[in-house]
Design a protein around this ligand. Structure first.
Ligand SMILES: Nc1nc2c(ncn2[C@@H]2O[C@H](COP(=O)(O)OP(=O)(O)OP(=O)(O)O)[C@@H](O)[C@H]2O)c(=O)[nH]1
Length: 366
């Protein structure tokens, strides 16, 4: 799917920047990128987003140094720069864009308020789906601070659930190891790698020449957008498994090795176990599987390993686990790779335990 990727605020800009870096010539999915922040230091540290696409706004309100989690100052900055922000995205959206992906840290004061301010306008002007990629915060030990952060995130989630087409969540708390702090830039880097690996795999799946003529059911952008059309919260599961491609040596000397015949059972088992690990392993945000109304399962690997029956069985299994009748599927052929990959996108989720936990903390503030 061809995306214009927008980063809002510190986390959003860094994640958008990592997505640009993850974009490969073989399967390019980023057509354009743009970043907005009230903090000049964040914009200057970006690498892949071109200089002319990095926009500092709210200089009067934030003095170029961010708003330190204060949503009312962030909202004032976004309000006074609303036209400038909308025009900057308008200029950045080329005609081949199929969706606008907006990355943001939900607990911040700048990014989430700016995106909420212009999201409606973006979808109205471009007639394209607008997806939020939102980061849920890890909470500090200090209760008062934690309450403020939880409240910010919930407010942003509420706003963006109504102004954008779907909110794909990534939970910092779930992916932070014990003893690590989710305010440590080194930890952010690792979290952003984990997140972008999954996002890039999803949106790059149907792109590029590698797909042509090799797979029967190559996933395309319409499958991805139909899955997101369920709205609500979305989450991604991902797993990969190394495979040993059978080889035969001609003349029995091991000198001329050629591809041998693949045992069907081996391929079936690889698809079965990878799909189970993708869905039952750590998702970007944890959910009860039966809360998902739609799903998309994308199987990657060498074409001869993408066993039709096994792929169909994996979809039926996911339909059973979720209780959903709307599980789509598709292939992502990777002729030269030595692994099977599985991406599970689950959407239309209205119940999420982590969001409930944030509500409990926010409610303590009264
Ligand atoms: N995963 C991840 N989380 C981040 C990153 N940077 C910040 N966060 C978290 O995201 C939340 C929002 O932070 P920022 O994105 O810096 O906030 P902002 O929108 O720039 O707003 P202000 O800093 O208030 O001006 C916080 O809970 C951070 O802990 C990042 O690079 N990756």
């Amino acid at each position: 799917m061809q995306l214009t990727v927008c980063g809002f605020g510190g986390a959003g800009g860094r994640i958008a920047d990592r997505l640009v870096a993850a974009d490969s010539d073989d399967r390019s999915f980023v057509v354009e990128s743009v970043a907005f922040d009230t903090d000049q230091r964040n914009l200057s540290a970006l690498d892949g987003i071109p200089d002319e696409q990095r926009h500092l706004y709210g200089v009067i309100e934030a003095e170029g140094e961010g708003v330190d989690g204060d949503r009312s100052v962030g909202a004032a900055a976004a309000e006074s720069a609303a036209t400038e922000l909308t025009n900057a995205v308008d200029d950045a959206v080329p005609s081949q864009t199929e969706a606008i992906l907006c990355c943001v840290g939900l607990a911040g004061g700048s990014g989430a308020t700016a995106l909420s301010r212009i999201a409606d306008e973006l979808s109205r002007v471009h007639g394209l789906p607008v997806y939020t990629l939102g980061v849920l915060p890890d909470l500090p030990d200090d209760d008062t601070e934690a309450q403020g952060i939880a409240k910010n995130a919930l407010r942003a989630l509420k706003d963006l659930s109504s102004t954008t087409d779907s909110v794909l969540l990534f939970d910092n708390a779930l992916w932070t190891k014990s003893g690590e702090s989710a305010t440590d830039p080194a930890v952010w880097e690792r979290l952003n790698d984990t997140l972008t690996e999954r996002i890039a795999a999803l949106f790059a799946a149907g792109e590029g020449d590698l797909n042509r003529g090799v797979a029967e059911q190559v996933v395309d952008a319409s499958e991805v957008s139909a899955t997101f059309e369920a709205g609500g919260v979305a989450t991604i599961g991902y797993a990969s498994q190394e495979i040993e491609r059978p080889t035969e040596s001609r003349f029995g000397l091991g000198i001329l090795e050629t591809e041998g015949e693949l045992d069907e059972t081996t391929a079936i088992k690889a698809i079965e176990s990878t799909s189970r690990r993708a869905v039952r392993g750590k998702l970007t945000v944890e959910i009860d599987l039966d809360a998902a109304r739609r799903g998309l399962l994308i199987v990657g690997g060498p074409p001869e390993w993408l066993n039709r029956q096994a792929v169909a069985d994996a979809r039926s299994w996911l339909a059973q686990e979720t209780g959903s009748t709307e599980i789509r599927g598709g292939d992502m052929p990777t002729p030269d790779s030595n692994e099977i990959t599985m991406i599970a996108l689950l959407t239309g989720i209205n119940e999420c335990p982590r969001v409930d936990a944030l509500k409990t903390v926010a409610d303590r503030a009264g």
